[in-house]
Design a protein around this ligand. Structure first.
Ligand code: DQA
Length: 143
């Protein structure tokens, strides 16, 4: 089983950016959680992070050809306005889980809208980094 985890803009700055919202753990720690999970479940978890919309779309399109069976995506701020990422996700006929570390519904109004969630299977919001692990479990149970 092969799952792709995509992180969008500024998520590489975990542990540096707005720690009261996103916590103290850094991006490397998130990657280590995912690689431990992959080992435990005996699956492949590929990870990708970019601050660029186009690079994220290119990676989603690549997943069409590379045997990816499920996608976990935290599109960061692109969540709220990227119709281009939404269209790329809509093309992918596989389980897709949108993850947000923070509870976007408790925050500014612009974060209450997700243009990408309607083309995803489900969404996990506000559970911190463990949201990514729960998303892996959800994809495993769906496949
Ligand atoms: C986020 C929430 C977004 O509103 C924000 O722009 C992010 C992170 C989250 O994981 O909580 O960059 O996606």
């Amino acid at each position: 089983m092969k799952v792709l985890v995509i992180n969008g803009p500024n998520l590489n700055f975990l542990g540096i950016r707005e720690k009261t919202i996103y916590g103290n753990q850094d991006f490397k720690y998130l990657l280590s959680l995912l690689s431990e999970k992959a080992e435990k479940e005996n699956i492949t978890i590929d990870t990708f992070q970019s601050n660029s919309e186009g690079a994220i779309i290119d990676r989603i399109q690549e997943a069409y050809f590379d045997g990816t069976q499920g996608i976990i995506i935290n599109p960061g701020a692109f969540t709220h306005y990227s119709y281009a990422i939404r269209d790329a996700l809509a093309t992918m006929d596989m389980p897709k889980i949108e993850v947000h570390i923070s509870n976007v519904h408790k925050r500014e109004e612009f974060r209450h809208v997700s243009v990408t969630a309607p083309v995803c299977t489900g969404q996990i919001v506000g559970l911190g980094l463990s949201g990514y692990i729960l998303a892996v479990d959800a994809i495993i149970s769906m496949l």
